[in-house]
Design a protein around this ligand. Structure first.
Ligand code: NAD
Length: 484
């Protein structure tokens, strides 16, 4: 083994995975990447052997030893019981940042956006991706959206550090904090706090809906966009696709001292085994890996050779066009063409430079949490009841009020329906019943809530769950009902 070689873990994956991984490794070898490869098996075959997460204990050992994972796409089996391997690996190993550069290659690859060069930085561990879901009643399901301050701080700091290391001038935040004032509101607030520490980098915030529309119509006005998990998942695919092909973009999943690099697309099973697939997405992931490993000169050689190949019109089927391409090639021929061009630079497309000082792993520190002064001032009790009128439920809950707690309001899907609801409001079988201290604002004890729940159960009402209403340092820490 070359003593300068860095150990990495490689998985060839499913579908088109083995072909695009072979192509990528050939190019890396041709460019002199210093890698000591440990191979693991993950995905379909491992799921079939009964490992519900698609990965074996040996494979975990390798990942925890090398801390660098180059991964081809895998096929997630349909049906219940199987967990997504990607989500499991990212979350188990704390890979909190997902970086997806989306670049157009005009005039060599067809795109409506000739000058697009946007980095999407997606928070990778939180949001509805925690996958905490419950069917609560016959009619209503719920998915918990968890957003933490450390999670927001980490991803926002990472975005600014990445921008600084990669000469990006502006960081944009997308959130929906006009509606989700506590969760997305925290993301936006922490973004603003972190942004204030980076006076050399411009910052701005867009509400995600109009921001997404703007990104799809005029991506050239953005530079780096940081977002919570779900928006980032959706919009990074949109951003990659509008550059010309989802097959062109790579992705880095970054944690503290550990990282996984992949293509953004999946295993495209219909294209498997035909030497058709474009290996560029995985190769872009591998280029980010080389920078992470502190081999920027190799990353630069591979990236420029790839740009030259694209510029020479040597294209796989997904980006081939009579107008822009010269030669339609398969996966292995494409790999050979890139390998032959190692040492060359593109003439029309802008060549890339990776600086030694900008390379290597980015690590961020987060501020330790200072616990706030917390007081419980009420409780939301969620009740499952089909076909009851809000006034009747209100009367039942007035009857169980007492011992320092009174019913204040009932909402259905967030809209106030009692007291003084509108008959037009559609009601499901899922009621949020807000109890507050008899003298509003006074502290409420856990024991009062427990005895309230006993009375609710004795009144033959099926409570599904409770949420305490708290103040933190005197500030209200819960949302009001619409119409409250
Ligand atoms: P997909 O991204 O695999 O493929 C969608 C279509 O895009 C393909 O049919 C093909 O036409 C095209 N395409 C994708 N990659 C290409 C490439 N490199 N070259 C040329 N064309 C390419 O999406 P899908 O069909 O929805 O998912 C297939 C499987 O992949 C599913 O099991 C899914 O769970 C899995 N998946 C895995 C990952 C991952 O491992 N990171 C990511 C997404 C999906």
């Amino acid at each position: 083994m070359n003593p300068a070689a860095t150990p990495i873990t490689v998985a060839r994956g499913d579908g088109i995975g083995p072909e695009i991984m072979e192509a990528t490794l050939q190019i890396l070898e041709a460019a002199g990447a210093r890698l000591a490869i440990e191979e693991i098996e993950i995905g379909e075959k491992v799921y079939e052997k009964g490992h519900t997460a698609g990965i074996t204990p040996d494979a975990w050992d390798s990942l925890r030893r090398t801390k660098v994972f180059l991964k081809a796409p895998i096929t997630t089996p349909q049906g219940g019981g199987f967990k997504s391997l990607n989500v499991t690996v990212r979350k188990t190993l704390g890979m909190y940042a997902n970086v997806r550069p989306c670049v157009s290659y005009h005039p060599f690859v067809s795109t409506k956006h000739p000058v697009m060069d946007v980095i999407i930085v997606r928070e990778n561990e939180e949001d509805t991706y925690a996958g905490i879901e419950h069917q609560q009643t016959d009619e209503v399901t719920q998915c918990l959206k968890l957003i933490s301050r450390p999670g927001c701080e980490r991803i926002c700091r990472y975005a600014f550090e990445y921008a600084r290391a990669n000469n990006r001038r502006k960081v944009t935040c997308f959130s929906k904090d006009n509606i989700m004032k506590l969760t997305d509101g925290l993301f936006h607030k922490v973004f603003d706090e972190v942004a204030a520490e980076y006076s050399d980098i411009e910052n701005e915030h867009w509400i995600v809906d109009i921001g997404a529309a703007k990104m799809a119509a005029s991506p050239e006005v953005f530079d780096l966009i940081v977002m919570p998990n779900l928006y980032g998942d959706i919009l990074s695919d949109v951003a990659a696709q509008i550059t010309g092909s989802v097959g062109l973009a790579g992705s880095a999943n970054i944690g503290d001292g550990i990282a996984m690099f992949e293509a953004i697309h999946g295993s495209a099973p219909r294209r498997a085994g035909q030497n058709l697939a474009n290996p560029s997405g995985l190769l872009q992931g591998a280029i980010m890996m080389l920078v992470h490993l502190g081999q920027p000169e190799v990353a630069e050689n591979v990236h420029n050779a790839w740009l030259k190949t694209i510029e020479d019109g040597i294209h796989t089927y997904d980006i081939f066009s009579e107008e822009h391409s010269k030669q339609k090639v398969g996966t292995s021929e494409f790999a050979a063409a890139v390998s032959e061009r190692v040492g060359q630079k593109p003439q029309t497309l802008k060549s890339v430079t990776y600086r030694k000082e900008g390379s290597g792993a980015i690590e961020v520190q987060i501020t330790p949490t200072t616990p706030a002064e917390k007081a419980i001032v009420g409780v939301d009790v969620f009740i499952h009841k089909l076909g009851i009128a809000p006034e009747d439920l209100g009367a039942k809950l007035q009857a169980v009020s007492g011992n320092g707690l009174k019913i204040k309001m009932i909402t259905n899907r967030g809209v106030k329906v009692w007291p003084d609801g509108f008959p037009e409001t559609f009601c499901t079988d899922h009621w949020r019943c807000r109890f507050v201290a008899e003298t509003e604002g006074q502290p409420v004890q856990h024991t009062q809530i427990v005895s309230l729940l006993s009375r609710v159960a004795e009144a033959d009402l099926d409570f599904i769950k409770t949420e305490n209403l708290c103040t933190l340092n005197g500030e209200r820490a819960y949302s009001l009902g619409q119409g409250e």
